[in-house]
Design a protein around this ligand. Structure first.
Ligand code: 5RP
Length: 217
C-alpha cells in the first residue's frame, strides 16, 4: 500500500522538472501512470508528450494529453520514467514492463532524464532484478546461450511480444559489477535489440520516495 503512495509522491515531484512549452518524454509503468495523471491535473501548459509504449499512449490519450512523434520533435528537454532497480550512481535496470527499447531511445534523445521510483527500487548493485533483453525472435536461443556464457540464467518471457514485435529474455543471477561494460557487451551480441541496463546513458536525476519524503539523487 505505501509503495503505491511513494510511487505517487515521486511522480508528483517530477512535475518540478517540467516547464511550460515542453515536449515531455513519458516512460512506462505504474509509477509513470501516476505521473501521467499528475501531468493531466497540473496547470502546466506543455506542448505535448512523446510516449514510450502503447500502454502509455492510451493513458495519455485518455487524459487528453497531445501526443507527438519523436521523428518530428527533435531532442526533448525532459524525459520522465520509472525503473526496476536504481543505484546511487543513477545506473538503472529497466524493462520489467517490456518497453525498454523505446525508453532507451527517448532517454538518449532527452537533455534531462528524471527517474522516479519508490525506495524499494534503490539498490547497492544492479542484478537482483532479472535483466530484460529485447531480442529479434529469430535470435532468441542464440542470445540466450550468450547470456549463459556471461554467467546468467536466461528465461524466455513466453507469450510476450514487445510493441516492436520482438521477444524478451529475462536474465537471472547475472553479476553486473561494471554496468557500462556489461551494457556494451550485451549490446554487441547479434540479435539483441536492446538491454535493460541504463548505464551508458544513466538518469540525470533520481527521485526516490519513501518514509522520509522524496529524496533527490
Ligand atoms: C517498463 C519499465 C518500468 O519503468 C519499470 O518496469 C518500473 O515499473 P513500475 O513503475 O511499474 O514499478 O522499465 O519497461
Amino acid at each position: 500500500m505505501s509503495t503505491e503512495k511513494y510511487k505517487k509522491q515521486a511522480a508528483e515531484a517530477a512535475l518540478e522538472y517540467v516547464e511550460d512549452g515542453d515536449i515531455v518524454g513519458v516512460g512506462t509503468g505504474s509509477t509513470v501512470n501516476f505521473f501521467i495523471d499528475a501531468l493531466a491535473g497540473t496547470n502546466k501548459r506543455i506542448a505535448g508528450a512523446v510516449s514510450s509504449s502503447e500502454a502509455s499512449t492510451q493513458r495519455l490519450q485518455s487524459r487528453g494529453i497531445e501526443l507527438m512523434q519523436l521523428n518530428s520533435t527533435g531532442d526533448l528537454p525532459v524525459y520522465i520514467d520509472g525503473a526496476d532497480e536504481a543505484t546511487r550512481h543513477r545506473h538503472l535496470i529497466k524493462g520489467g514492463g517490456g518497453a525498454l527499447t523505446r525508453e532507451k531511445i527517448i532517454a538518449g534523445a532527452s537533455r534531462r532524464f528524471v527517474c522516479i521510483a519508490d525506495e524499494s527500487k534503490l539498490v547497492g548493485a544492479l542484478g537482483a532484478f532479472p535483466l530484460p533483453v529485447e531480442v529479434i525472435p529469430f535470435a532468441r536461443s542464440f542470445v540466450a546461450r550468450q547470456m549463459v556464457r556471461l554467467g546468467g540464467q536466461p528465461a524466455w518471457r513466453e507469450g510476450f511480444v514487445t510493441d516492436n514485435g520482438n521477444e524478451i529474455i529475462d536474465v537471472h543471477h547475472l553479476e553486473i559489477s561494471e554496468p557500462g561494460k556489461m551494457e556494451q557487451k550485451i549490446n554487441n551480441i547479434p540479435g539483441v535489440v536492446s538491454v535493460g541496463i541504463f548505464a551508458l546513458r544513466p538518469a540525470d536525476v533520481l527521485l526516490i520516495a519513501g518514509a522520509d519524503g522524496v529524496r533527490e539523487i
